[in-house]
Ligand binder design. Structure first.
Ligand SMILES: Cc1cc2nc3c(=O)[nH]c(=O)nc-3n(C[C@H](O)[C@H](O)[C@H](O)COP(=O)(O)OP(=O)(O)OC[C@H]3O[C@@H](n4cnc5c(N)ncnc54)[C@H](O)[C@@H]3O)c2cc1C
Length: 600
């Protein structure tokens, strides 16, 4: 099934909505991937795998409970999506190539892995289903901290952020489930890796970012419980019109450093090649003439094939919390088709342990409105406050919103006297306002005035203003007990904000702002529990990017990085900054390239 089919069925309008709010850069489905699967995911009766290509150790698709070897991993997981490795015989192979490392996928993670490994002295091959011309990647915001760009463009000194704070805060938000060594490496080396990536930019000052700081030029990153970071680069800026062009330029730079290295665009990887238990290469199809090539790797094969959100069967089966947070629906995101992950599993790899995350208001529901996903006062359909709105970053706080009635709205409330302070003091988590300048506040003031002018009709029937809380409750449609609850909830919240102590849900005092001066404002926000961009779960890997087998032991010669790999977002999308996903993909890709070069 091709990505385009899924895109049309569900992804577009929701994606546009999200992109309009917070996502910039190129966002398109890799056209080259459409139809790249050799057979449907439920294929049965595949021919016996030829000598040297990867047979599935996981036996047949119907084998839920235990695999052919008696392993019980996935005893509870539906896996009709896995299918079986295609069989490609040796006489179908018309070209052969060999290199130290073969990387499948030239997106964010694969391109950086390739360039780094090339510059560290390896000969590499990268294969991508897309053509080089018009190479497309999703989004383009790269989140990181402590780079030269941060200092020169944002004016925040390079050593501002303590890596140990990042490790601590990220693991707290992930309940300790993120891979400790991955988070350690990112924390200590991401700024250095971004400096290296930005060598492609002749003029650093032309590289734009996402966040503007407040008028004092300062940013308190230790706000609330968890730390958030302002350094987010737009990869499609400066010398590059798109982030896809940045990726292909990175590959070109790798080839400059290692002239025997090669990029094969328009080739779809089909199956990994094994020698005993070790992975030694990959067979890929040239999409132009449908011939096959065998690409042998002396040191290792890297799967950098992205996520599986456009494979609805896989997504629904693996991301169970997303599935359960919504009435039954065919889950579908805007990303890749998961074929690379399935290839890894046919070769003996396993998915990371659940719950498995996706990016968007899925395992959490983000109330997003005039102030982005701000953590003000949130009220449910019964007129009651229901959680600490500032617990972690917006996505983490949003888990309680996903547990509110499915068709209901979440109401955000604020007042005329404190809203600027409230908006300008949000943590910089993903989907919060990136522009908190005074000029932006003046723009927002005009929007609020239009709510005052609109009276009971509200702006777009969602943003209301009134001189009393009772009147505001009426505008919002609250009646009877729910209206009384609403007034009481606002007054109670205001008293906690005044006292600096939230007796109910322990919201940090520096994230609570009073709601005491009319006009009062309220905005009806959508629960948004079924919007997703990409999935964020992947193959179970160790801290060196090696894929693990069913016994959680490394498979010789097989690596994964980027969204094809796990360990980064173990509970849900935890975003201490915009662009953490591309930040992780590029930095981990580069670090894996370095690691491979260090191997004997
Ligand atoms: C609309 C949208 C906007 C987004 N915006 C942002 C953002 O601004 N910041 C952020 O951090 N995250 C963003 N994301 C998420 C982000 O794009 C992904 O997390 C990121 O792309 C992951 O990088 P990757 O290298 O793992 O995979 P990708 O960038 O998806 O690269 C995978 C590559 O593998 C290739 N491939 C796949 N299968 C095969 C195969 N069988 N054979 C050969 N090649 C194959 C694909 O063609 C592709 O080029 C966004 C996602 C969407 C959908």
């Amino acid at each position: 099934m091709g990505n385009s089919e899924f895109k049309q069925s569900a992804g577009l309008s929701r994606r546009s909505f999200l992109m309009g709010l917070a996502v910039t850069g190129t966002a398109a489905v890799g056209a080259g991937l459409v139809g790249c699967s050799p057979s449907s995911t439920g294929a049965s009766g595949a021919e016996e795998a030829p000598a040297g290509s990867a047979a599935s150790p996981a036996a047949s698709a119907s084998n839920v409970g235990a695999d052919a070897n008696g392993n019980t991993v996935y005893y509870s997981m539906r896996r009709d999506w896995l299918g079986e490795a295609p069989s490609i015989s040796d006489d179908e192979i018309t070209e052969t190539h060999e290199a130290d490392v073969v990387i499948v996928g030239a997106g964010y993670a694969g391109s950086q892995c390739f360039r780094m490994a090339c510059e560290k002295g390896l000969t590499c091959i990268v294969i991508d289903a897309q053509q080089k011309d018009g190479f497309e990647t999703y989004g383009g915001q790269l989140g990181h901290f402590n780079s030269t760009w941060q200092e020169e463009v944002l004016g925040v000194p390079k050593d501002t952020f303590d890596p140990v704070d990042f490790i601590d805060s990220y693991q707290l938000q992930s309940a300790g489930r993120a891979h400790p060594d991955l988070i350690k490496q990112f924390a200590h080396r991401n700024g250095e890796m971004v400096d290296w990536m930005m060598e492609l930019q002749p003029d650093l000052s032309a590289v734009t970012g996402v966040n503007s700081l407040n008028s004092s030029g300062t940013y308190d990153y230790k706000k609330g419980y968890f730390w958030t970071y302002p350094a987010v680069i737009n990869l499609g800026s400066g010398a590059f019109e798109t982030s896809g062009a940045f990726c292909t330029a990175s590959v070109d730079k790798g080839i400059e450093a290692s002239p025997d290295s090669q990029a094969f665009y328009g080739y779809s990887a089909k199956v990994l090649v094994k020698d005993g238990e070790a992975v030694t290469g990959v067979i890929a199809q040239n999409d132009a003439d449908e011939t096959y090539g065998k690409f042998t790797a002396r040191k290792g094969v890297v799967l950098a094939t992205g996520d599986f959100s456009s494979n609805s069967e896989m997504y629904s089966a693996l991301c169970t919390e997303v599935q359960e947070s919504n009435p039954y629906t065919e889950l579908v995101g805007s990303g890749r088709d998961g074929y690379g992950i399935r290839m890894g599993m046919w070769a003996g790899g396993v998915m990371e342990l659940g719950p498995r995350a996706a990016m968007g208001g899925c395992t959490s529901a983000l109330p997003m409105g005039t102030f982005g996903a701000a953590s003000g006062l949130w009220i449910n359909k019964y007129g009651k406050r229901y959680c600490n709105e500032a617990f972690g970053v917006p996505f983490v706080a949003g888990v309680q919103s996903a547990r509110q009635p499915i068709d209901s709205n979440i109401i955000q409330v604020w007042d005329n006297g404190h809203w600027r302070e409230f908006v300008q003091n949000q943590a910089l988590g993903h989907f919060n306002l990136s522009d908190i300048s005074d000029a932006k506040m003046d723009e927002l003031a005009a929007t609020l005035q239009s709510a005052v002018d609109a009276g009971s009709a509200g702006v777009n029937e969602s943003l209301f203003a009134a001189d009393t809380l009772e009147e505001l409750a009426g505008y919002l449609g609250f009646e009877g007990e729910a209206a009384d609850n609403f007034v009481e909830a606002v007054q109670t919240y205001d008293s906690y904000a005044a006292a600096g102590k939230d007796e109910d849900y322990a919201k940090p005092a520096d994230m609570m702002f009073r709601i005491s001066e009319p006009p009062y404002y309220a905005e009806k926000l959508q629960r948004n529990a079924n919007i997703v961009l990409v999935t964020l779960a992947g193959l179970f890997i160790d801290g060196d990017g090696r894929c693990l087998d069913q016994n959680f032991e490394p498979i010789e010669g097989l690596y994964a990085t980027g969204n094809a790999s796990g360990g980064r977002f173990p509970l849900q999308y935890t975003a201490p900054m915009n662009g953490i996903s591309i930040g992780f993909a590029t930095v981990f890709g580069a670090l894996l390239g370095e690691h491979l070069a260090e191997q004997a």
